[in-house]
Design a protein around this ligand. Structure first.
Ligand SMILES: [Zn+2]
Length: 104
């Protein structure tokens, strides 16, 4: 079997922005994280666009990690604001969806 080895220079890689997950403290590419943001008004929301202004915290798309973050209150500490159950539920839903997609 002839393999055409595509050798050569590796293209200059763009630096992928990485962020740290507040749950497991691992660093991930931004697209593998969910951003939770506290708006200047003090409202917590999930930022799917990554463009909302405010103080942000990142969670990796891992339900175990979310569970840990929820239990330890680390997200609350990171954002210095109470996180409502709805936000956690929404995060969980989102992460489940991502996990289901990844499993396919
Ligand atoms: Zn994590």
């Amino acid at each position: 079997m002839a393999q055409t080895a595509k050798k050569g220079k590796t293209p200059p890689q763009k630096k992928v922005p990485e962020r740290r997950c507040v749950g497991c403290a691992g660093t991930f590419e931004k697209r593998n994280l969910i951003r939770v943001v506290r708006s200047p008004e003090g409202e917590i929301s999930i930022d799917f666009t990554g463009k909302k202004s405010g103080r942000g915290a990142y969670l990796c798309k891992n339900s175990a990690c979310l569970k840990k973050a929820r239990k330890s209150g680390i997200l609350k500490r990171a954002l210095e604001c109470e996180i409502s159950a709805e936000i956690y539920d929404e995060l969980e839903k989102e992460i489940r969806l991502c996990e289901a997609e990844a499993a396919e």
